[in-house]
Design a protein around this ligand. Structure first.
Ligand code: F6R
Length: 611
C-alpha cells in the first residue's frame, strides 16, 4: 500500500528514484511523484496515473541534477487519486517534502488545528498533516522537527522527509509500515521494500516500530522516536537476486511467476527433507516440542490468497496430524474476541509479512496466550519479528499483484509442516513420510508438464472472454482450489466468479446454472471423484458450459466436456499444488486477452498495510 523511496548519493536522484518506483509500483499505482533538493529549493513533480504514463514528467523532462530526493507511488486511502493528492506533500512554503505510507488516524483533528494556526492545505490526504506538523516544529533542526511531529500523530507511517536547507540528509521514520535503509558506497537509500534498491545494494537495515534514521551520503544514524536516543543496528545482506525482480522476457510478472513455480517448490523444500530418515526439518521453526504437543487445536489466520492456502492447510493438518483446525480471515479474527488460549497454535500466513489485518490478528492471538507460527515469504518483514516461530516459504520476490508462486510455496510449506507434525505426533509413519518426500521431489517436473499446456489453456480461455460470471467447483482438498481459482479470475479479469464446494451445488447455487454461466470443475482423481462427477452431471443436465481440470488419461470426463486440461496424477495431498496452476494460467489469459493490465489490476495493491 503505497511505496516510498529516498536516495542520497552521487547519481541523479530522480533517475534512481524513478527506477525504484517502478519496482515499488505493485504497492500502489494511482499516482506518483518525486521531489529533490536543488540549490536551496525543492523541485517536485507528481501526477495521477501509472509510471509509464507519467514517465516524461518524472524522468525525461525532470530538469535537475540533484543527488538527494524522495519518491512515492500511491494507493489511495484518504483522498481520490489526483495530481494534488499525489505524494510527496509539502508544507506551506514548499520548504520540505514528505512521502508517507500508512494512515494517520487523527488527521482530521490535526488538520483542523493546523488550519486554525494558519497552515494552508492543498490536498485531501491524511499525509499532508505530517508536512505541516514538521513545518510547525522546525527551527533549523530537521531531525528534531520530525521527532516532535511523529509524537503528535496516531496511526501507521513510514515516512521519508527532505528539506531545502538540508541537502545532506533524508530523515525517515517508521511505525507499523515497512521501511528499510540500504547501504551503498558514498550513497544510501530508504525504501518500503528491498526490491526497490536491489540493483544498487543488498546490504540493508530494517527499521522497527518507533525507529528513525538520519540518512546521509556516507553515514546513517539511527535513533528512537520514543526517547530520541541514538540506537545501534546491525545490517543484513539480502540473498534475493536483483534479476528475480525483473520480467526476464515474460510479458508480465504474473506469467513469469507462474512459470517460476517448479523452482519455487524446489526452493521451499530444499534442505528440509531427509528421504532416508523419513523426516522433515523445519529448522527455523523456533517453537519448542511442548508448544507443539500442547496444541489442542490450530487456527489459521490470513487474508486473500494466503487465507485459501490456510484452508488447504486445514485439510492437510486434519488429515495428517489429526488436530482440529479452523481457518479465520484475519480481518474477522481480530475484531471478534476469538476463542484462543495457551492450548491453541495460531498459524499466520502471509506473502508480504506486512498485511495489517494479519499482523493485528497475530497480536490479538498472542495477547490471549496463544503461540503463533508464521508462514512468510518476505524476509525480515514485520510479521517475522512478531511470531514465536517461523517457516520461510522461499518464493523470492513476488511482484505481480495477483499472488501465484507465493500460494504454491505456502502450500508446499504447509505440506512439510503437516508431515512433520504428523510424524512427531505418531499419526503417520516414517515410511509414509519417505513416500511423500519422494513424491514431493517430482512435483516440480509434473508442474512443468502443466505449464507446457500454456497454449492449449490460452485457446480455452479465448472462448470465455465475454461471460459475466463463472463458477469454480471443487471438493475436499480442492474446495479451496476452487475458491482460489475464482479469486484469480475476478481480481485480474474483473469477471464475477465464485468458488463452491461441488457437493453444495444442489443446496442453492445450481439455480444459477444456464448457458451463460461457465463452470470450471476441478475433478482430478481422488476418493471424491465419482461424487464430483455426479455433481457435474447435474450441471450438464442444466445446459451449463463445463470446463474441467482432470487427471491425465481420464476418459470418463470426456463424456461431460471436451474442454479438459489434464494434470499428472498425484496424491490427494499434493493435488491443490498442481491443480491451481491451470487455473492461474486460465485467469491470466482471460485477463490478458481482454486487454487488461494483468500485473496492476484496478483498485488493488499488493501489500495491504491498511485495515
Ligand atoms: C490475491 C492476493 C491477495 C493477498 C492478500 C494477503 O492474489 O494477492 O489476496 O493474498 O492481500 O497478502 P499477504 O499474503 O501479503 O498477507
Amino acid at each position: 500500500m503505497c511505496g516510498i523511496i529516498g536516495y542520497i548519493g552521487v547519481k541523479p536522484a530522480n533517475e534512481v528514484i524513478f527506477d525504484g518506483l517502478t519496482k515499488l509500483e505493485y504497492r500502489g499505482y494511482d499516482s506518483a511523484g518525486i521531489a529533490v533538493v536543488d540549490n536551496g529549493r525543492i523541485h517536485c513533480r507528481k501526477d495521477i496515473g501509472k509510471l509509464r504514463n507519467i514517465r516524461k514528467l518524472l524522468l525525461d523532462e525532470f530538469q535537475s541534477e540533484s543527488t538527494i530526493g524522495i519518491g512515492h507511488t500511491r494507493w489511495a486511502t484518504h483522498g481520490r487519486p489526483s495530481a494534488f493528492n499525489a505524494h510527496p506533500h509539502g508544507d506551506c512554503h514548499t520548504s520540505l517534502m514528505v512521502a508517507h505510507n500508512g494512515i494517520i488516524e487523527n488527521f482530521m483533528a490535526l488538520r483542523r488545528q493546523l488550519i486554525e494556526e494558519g497552515h494552508k492545505f492543498v490536498s485531501e490526504t491524511d499525509s499532508e498533516v505530517l508536512a505541516h506538523l514538521i513545518e510547525k516544529y522546525y527551527n533549523g533542526d530537521l531531525k528534531k522537527a520530525v521527532l516532535e511531529a511523529t509524537k503528535k500523530v496516531e496511526g501507521a507511517y513510514a515516512i521519508a522527509v527532505i528539506h531545502k536547507d538540508h541537502p545532506e540528509e533524508i530523515i525517515c521514520a517508521r511505525k507499523e509500515a515497512p521501511l528499510l535503509v540500504g547501504l551503498g558506497n558514498g550513497e544510501n537509500f530508504v525504501a518500503s521494500d528491498v526490491t526497490a534498491i536491489l540493483q544498487y545494494t543488498r546490504k540493508v537495515i530494517y527499521l522497527e516500530n518507533f525507529e528513525a534514521a538520519v540518512v546521509k551520503r556516507d553515514t546513517v544514524e539511527f535513533f528512537s522516536l520514543e526517547s530520541g536516543e541514538n540506537i545501534v543496528k546491525e545490517s543484513t545482506t539480502v540473498d534475493w537476486n536483483p534479476v528475480a525482480a525483473e520480467k526476464g522476457g515474460f510479458s508480465h510478472f504474473m506469467l513469469k511467476e507462474i512459470f517460476e513455480q517448479p523452482q519455487v517448490i524446489r526452493n521451499t523444500i530444499g534442505g528440509r527433507t531427509s528421504e532416508e530418515e523419513g523426516k522433515i526439518y523445519l529448522e527455523e521453526l523456533g517453537l519448542t516440542g511442548p508448544d507443539i504437543f500442547r496444541a489442542q487445536r490450530i487456527v489459521m489466520v490470513a487474508c486473500g490468497t494466503a487465507f485459501y492456502a490456510g484452508c488447504v492447510g486445514k485439510y492437510l493438518i486434519e488429515d495428517l496430524v489429526r488436530i482440529p483446525v479452523e481457518c479465520d480471515l484475519a480481518s474477522e479474527f481480530r475484531y471478534r474476541s476469538p476463542l484462543v488460549d495457551g492450548n491453541t497454535l495460531v498459524i499466520a500466513i502471509s506473502q508480504s509479512g506486512e498485511t495489517a489485518d494479519t499482523l493485528a490478528a497475530v497480536r490479538e492471538a498472542k495477547s490471549r496466550g496463544a503461540k503463533v507460527l508464521g508462514i512468510v515469504n518476505a524476509k525480515e518483514s514485520s510479521l517475522t519479528r512478531e511470531v514465536d516461530g517461523l517457516v520461510y516459504i522461499h518464493a523470492g520476490p513476488e511482484i505481480g499483484v495477483a499472488s501465484t508462486k507465493a500460494y504454491i510455496a505456502m502450500l508446499t510449506a504447509l505440506t512439510l509442516l503437516a508431515l512433520m507434525l504428523g510424524k512427531i505426533r505418531s499419526v503417520i509413519s516414517s515410511d509414509f513420510v519417505k513416500e511423500k518426500i519422494r513424491e514431493l521431489k517430482v512435483l516440480p517436473q509434473q508442474i512443468e508438464k502443466v505449464l507446457e499446456q500454456k497454449d492449449k489453456i490460452k485457446e480455452i480461455a479465448a472462448n470465455y472472454l465475454n461471460y459475466k460470471s463463472f463458477l469454480f467447483l471443487g471438493r475436499g482438498f480442492n474446495y479451496p482450489t476452487a475458491l482460489e481459482g475464482a479469486l484469480k479470475l475476478k481480481e485480474i479479469s474483473y469477471i464475477h466468479a465464485e468458488g463452491y464446494a461441488a457437493g453444495e451445488m444442489k443446496h442453492g447455487p445450481i439455480a444459477l446454472i444456464d448457458s451463460e454461466m461457465p463452470v470450471m470443475a476441478i475433478v482430478t482423481q481422488s476418493d471424491l471423484y465419482d461424487k464430483t462427477i455426479s455433481n457435474l452431471k447435474e450441471v450438464q443436465a442444466r445446459a451449463g458450459k463445463l470446463m474441467a481440470i482432470a487427471t491425465e488419461g481420464d476418459t470418463q470426463i470426456r463424456h461431460l466436456t471436451d474442454q479438459v486440461i489434464e494434470v499428472p496424477k498425484v496424491s490427494d495431498i499434493f493435488s491443490p499444488i498442481i491443480n491451481v496452476v491451470p487455473l492461474q494460467l486460465f485467469a491470466y489469459f482471460v485477463a490478458d486477452l481482454r486487454g487488461l493490465d494483468v500485473d496492476q489490476p484496478r483498485n488493488l495493491a499488493k501489500s495491504v498495510t491498511v485495515e
